[in-house]
Design a protein around this ligand. Structure first.
Ligand code: B1M
Length: 205
């Protein structure tokens, strides 16, 4: 609850202190993210929608969230495992949200996949370019805005046009994305959260 409030208030020092304490107490890093940081950013989303918080405050909260995740990352991805295949991940064109994508990347890496994170605002052409150069097995796309969801379809269409759909699988996720939408745009899979994204990879590769 304290961590949740610190994220909502965008209190960077407090989040660092609390995450540090959780690490010292050997708490499960994923529980710290799922039960402490994410509920905080969800409250921010509700307040933002209601007009009680504005973009600069949301950014502050996002920064505290990122700082907390960065502290926990070594405890999630610390183990060296065999490479199960290359996944290229990015947030689609026009979309700058990356916290969820970063969490998905972290869990995929910790499960033994080589993850190439191409960042945010990624055009269909860039996804193709990196996927070909890295010989990717899976392309994972994230979108957080209803206005950018269709960029997923544009990207899938371009992979289709280039004849790459048989050699590379495409999976999608993000708050506004659903199983139905994934099917409609022709994706190979949809995952509602980071842990399910890893399960999905295991079924696809
Ligand atoms: Co923005 N924003 N935002 N924002 N923001 C939302 C998404 C919004 C729902 C807030 C709201 O109104 N309640 C709303 C979207 C409305 C809509 O389209 N339906 C919104 C808006 C409107 C905007 C702007 C347009 C605001 C403005 O400028 N007027 C603007 C757009 C900028 C742009 O992208 N072009 C904007 C900007 C921003 C900030 C920059 C301030 C900041 C982002 C900082 C950053 O990411 N570095 C921000 C934030 C922080 C949010 C909220 C509050 C939190 C998002 C988040 O990080 N959630 C968000 C409200 C909310 O979601 N509660 C909101 C935590 C994260 C762990 O969850 O990303 O859902 P999530 O990821 C999950 C799953 O979705 C899934 O796994 C993750 C972990 O379990 N998943 C995948 C995600 N990607 C996946 C990929 C996969 C599989 C699973 O691959 C297969």
């Amino acid at each position: 609850m304290e961590m949740q409030s610190a994220v909502v208030e965008g209190d960077l020092n407090k989040v660092r202190e609390l995450v540090g304490q959780a690490i010292d107490e050997n708490m499960n890093p994923l529980s710290v993210i799922n039960d402490g940081l994410i509920p905080g950013i969800n409250v921010v989303g509700v307040r933002f929608k209601a007009g009680d918080m504005f973009v600069p405050e949301v950014l502050m909260s996002a920064r505290t969230m990122e700082a907390g995740m960065a502290m926990l990352r070594p405890f999630i991805t610390g183990e060296k495992m065999q490479n199960k295949g290359v996944v290229v991940i990015g947030t689609v064109k026009g979309d700058l949200h990356d916290i969820g994508k970063n969490l998905v990347s972290m869990l995929m890496r910790s499960s033994g996949y080589e993850v190439i994170d191409v960042g945010v605002d990624v055009s269909p052409e860039r996804f193709i370019d990196v996927a070909l150069r890295q010989e990717a097995k899976v392309i994972a796309m994230s979108a957080m805005l209803t206005t950018t969801m269709m960029a997923m379809k544009d990207t899938i269409d371009l992979f289709q046009e280039k004849g790459l759909r048989k050699v590379m699988k495409i999976i999608v996720g993000g708050a506004p994305v659903s199983q139905d939408f994934a099917q409609i745009i022709g994706a190979d899979g949809f995952a509602p959260d980071a842990a399910s994204a890893v399960d999905l990879l295991q079924n696809l590769i």
